[in-house]
Design a protein around this ligand. Structure first.
Ligand code: UFG
Length: 350
């Protein structure tokens, strides 16, 4: 149990990619993160990295958020120690589109079931400040770009996408059933990179699905080459366009969102979605060129077939986050790629 008097914030999925970076950002902003993770898709290396970056013992508990009994005991322990949990950053979820197609029930259980259990226990302890990890996947193939928070959802493209749409709905219903809930729905675009120290980063298990981890592994020689999924899309260079943001910018957005939750004073509940992106799209070929430019390394790649389920182009209108959270991205695509490469080199040495 942590003895310090800084406000405690529960970080579910705290050993994961975005969770671990956000824990460090929370600590930098004067909070004490309380990490929980079931370690299904993460490991203690990230927890040790967080402790190192925070230069202090950060509480960690191996708990699955579907375990109401253990969550209950955790919240109770912090009350008894005189410094209760004040808010929650909820990351714990699975995020692989392809895996969700093969295991939809597992995704429903982990992502939607986990959220339901967490909210049920949070309600009992009157914890009302909640920041939720959503995704631009909720928009499906968008009707226009850039997408803003009012852009209508399309039919989810995968069971994973459905769990994010459903989770947002669960949070809205949870808030509507009570007063003074303050909930931020953070719709991430494409987080990439790693902490600049390269002490924490993304630890993909097996073959990465995402562009940047695959790209850095290909350059490092862990993979033969990167396949660019489709060069015949209706975009200027024929490859898909995404909005890539540095994971530390994303981490800092969670702190801003939590502070926004704490600042809400209305009697009724507030649920607010925020797009988190740079507001600029980059194509797959532009990412490759930017990587080569900033690292001086050649990316071995071939043009391949389209990957099923890929949206052609999506990037954020992130002006709401700027205006209401006071948050914008500070790190460029080049910095993000340089940090991703630095992290990959750390992994290679191990
Ligand atoms: N890509 C390649 N080769 C690869 C991997 C990816 O060309 O080996 C391309 C994809 O086709 C896509 C772009 O790189 O055009 C980005 O792909 P990612 O898999 O990195 O990211 P996505 O945009 O597909 O996925 C992200 C999140 C998902 C989320 C989805 C919603 O990782 O969790 O956005 O659009 F569901």
């Amino acid at each position: 149990m942590s003895q310090d008097k800084k406000p405690h914030v529960l970080v579910t999925g705290g050993a994961g990619y975005v969770g671990s970076h956000s824990a460090v950002a929370l600590q930098n902003a004067g909070y004490t993160p309380v990490l929980v993770d079931n370690l299904q898709n993460s490991n203690m290396q990230a927890v040790r990295g967080i402790q190192k970056l925070c230069s202090q013992e950060v509480p960690f508990h191996t708990i699955d958020v579907r375990d109401a009994t253990r969550l209950h005991a955790l919240f109770q322990d912090f009350i008894e120690a005189g410094n209760p949990i004040r808010g929650i950053l909820h990351f714990a979820a699975q995020k692989s589109v392809g895996e969700s197609v093969n295991h939809p029930a597992m995704y429903a259980s982990n992502n939607v079931g986990g959220l339901g259990t967490l909210l049920h226990v949070a309600r009992e302890f009157e914890i009302r400040h909640i920041v939720f990890s959503s995704s631009c996947t909720v928009y499906g193939e968008p009707v226009h770009v850039p997408v803003d928070e009012g852009t209508p959802f399309q039919e989810a493209e995968s069971p994973y996408g459905w769990t994010k749409q459903a989770s947002e709905r669960v949070l809205r219903d949870h808030a509507a059933a009570q007063n003074q809930e303050r909930i931020a729905l953070l719709r991430y675009f494409n987080p990439i990179g790693a902490h600049p120290s390269a002490i924490i980063g993304e630890l993909p298990r097996g073959v990465p699905n995402n562009l940047v981890p695959f790209l850095t592994q290909a350059v490092a020689g862990v993979r033969d080459r990167l396949t660019v999924f489709g060069g015949d899309y209706p975009t200027p260079d024929g490859t898909c366009i995404r909005d890539y943001l540095h994971v530390m910018d994303l981490a800092e957005a969670h702190v801003a969102a939590l502070q926004w939750c704490f600042a809400q004073k209305t009697a009724s509940s507030v649920v607010r979605p925020f797009n988190l992106g740079t507001g600029k799209g980059a194509s797959v070929l532009e990412v490759i060129k930017a990587f080569e430019h900033v690292t001086g390394e050649a990316v071995p790649y071939v043009m391949g077939e389209r990957r099923s389920g890929d949206v052609v182009s999506i990037w954020a209108n992130a002006s709401r986050a700027r205006e209401e959270l006071g948050w914008t991205t500070k790190r460029s695509l080049e910095t993000s790629l340089a940090d991703a490469w630095k992290w990959q080199q750390t992994l290679k040495r191990e």
